[in-house]
Design a binder for this molecule. Structure first.
Ligand SMILES: Nc1ncnc2c1ncn2[C@@H]1O[C@H](COP(=O)(O)OP(=O)(O)OP(=O)(O)O)[C@@H](O)[C@H]1O
Ligand SMILES: [Mg+2]
Length: 370
């Protein structure tokens, strides 16, 4: 719109000045001098807007419009009106030079824009690269942590698990000497529970640091999920949490190590239950994507996970629970990745959390049926 209006503005300007010129009697030469100079306004504007060609075209047009006034009104006397003829020459010089300069300036600013765009792209590339480097470093840090864990695991297994077994055995024997209700009976119960917890930590630790070879077999995902539901249903009832398992549209069969997969699903479900307040719900559902991928989503209502915590939940030993080991999700991620799958945890603070497990299906052509 603005661009379309420009030629009109120039045209009206030139015509307006010319009308003033032609209408003003010759007895007022000082007004003619002013109007004569007013022509520079459209010429410079045209040069500024349209560059060399525009400036020159405008100055030629001004010359054509101005010439009859010079020739017929002033008498066209070359020697007497020399300065007015020179003015016409000057119109064209000013139009041409101003146009050329503004064109150069415009080209330079276009070049600068291209350079700025290039710089912007390089900056974005650099940023992406540095993000990748940070991610690789983070992975490296984790794998370093894990290899140290591997070495420590062997020591722990020998030095802690065996004495733990003896402590628990001795506690079991002592327990028989005290009847339930006796305070000492309760202390021994606590002792047994705590040794069990310690043992669990060591077992988790061992699994984490020294992954067992996986035994891949055909595995119906829904059956595994039903087993998990059965295992945690009591816990869910006690916590007054609604536990729902939605069946997939078609049976989903994958090649997996059933025991490991169950462990992974159990860790996620227990986390979900622990995070759900009474009256809340945990919903598990399976979807198939393009017959090549199955997605198992574990959603739980609850306060969710803040961004800072979410960044760390896969770190070994990261926990926000008083009695947590912080190994659950680290082990789960390892298990899922050893099945060529992915584990993603997303959270909507104040609403809930979803852990999504994606696993490749057995056969891409028949909906996962073996
Ligand atoms: N569904 C969830 N809702 C909210 N927070 C979660 C959820 N799942 C995991 N988390 C957070 O991630 C942390 C790490 O989980 P992870 O399972 O690795 O360890 P943990 O549950 O704390 O301990 P453990 O599994 O050994 O009992 C948890 O402490 C918790 O803060
Ligand atoms: Mg856990």
């Amino acid at each position: 719109m603005k661009r379309l209006a420009r030629p009109f503005i120039l045209f009206l300007c030139i015509i307006g000045i010319s009308v003033l010129h032609y209408m003003t009697p010759l007895s007022l030469p000082f007004l003619h001098d002013i109007y004569q100079r007013l022509y520079y306004l459209p010429i410079i504007l045209a040069a500024f807007w349209y560059g060399f060609r525009g400036g020159l075209a405008c100055s030629i047009f001004v010359s054509i419009v101005y010439a009859p006034h010079l020739l017929f009104q002033w008498g066209g006397h070359v020697t007497m009106e020399m300065e007015k003829y020179l003015e016409i020459l000057l119109y064209n010089i000013v139009g041409g030079i101003t146009g050329l300069l503004s064109q150069k300036e415009r080209e330079r600013s276009a070049e600068l824009q291209v350079t700025a765009k290039g710089l912007d792209e390089s900056y974005k590339k650099l940023q992406a690269q540095s993000e990748r480097i940070i991610a690789v470093e983070e992975k490296l840090r984790r794998s370093e942590k894990l290899s140290t864990l591997g070495e420590m695991a062997a020591v722990l297994a020998h030095e802690i698990r065996n004495p733990l077994g003896s402590i628990r055995g001795a506690a079991e024997i002592l327990k028989d000497d005290y009847k339930p209700g006796d305070p000492k009976h309760e202390f021994i119960e606590i002792q047994i529970k705590e040794t069990e917890r310690l043992n669990r930590v060591v077992v988790d630790f061992l699994h984490m640091a020294r992954p067992q070879p996986i035994d891949m077999k055909l595995c119906p995902v829904q059956d595994e999920l039903e087993t998990i539901l059965f295992l945690v249903s009591n816990d869910a009832r006690e916590r007054r949490i609604k536990l729902v398992l939605h069946p997939p549209a078609v049976p989903v069969i994958i090649k997996a190590d059933g025991e490991k997969l169950r462990q992974a699903f159990l860790n996620i479900t227990i986390n979900a239950l622990q995070a759900t307040p009474p009256g809340g719900s945990v919903i598990i559902s399976t979807t198939i994507y393009q017959t090549a991928l199955c997605e198992i989503r574990f959603f739980n209502t609850g306060p969710g996970i803040d961004a800072g915590t979410l960044e760390r939940i896969f770190e070994p030993f990261f926990t926000t629970k008083a009695d947590g080991t912080g190994l659950g999700l680290a082990i789960t991620k390892k298990i899922i990745e050893s099945h060529s799958g992915t584990l993603l945890v997303e959270s909507d603070v104040g609403k809930g959390t979803t852990a999504t497990v994606r696993l490749p299906m057995l056969d891409k052509t028949n909906g996962g049926m073996p």
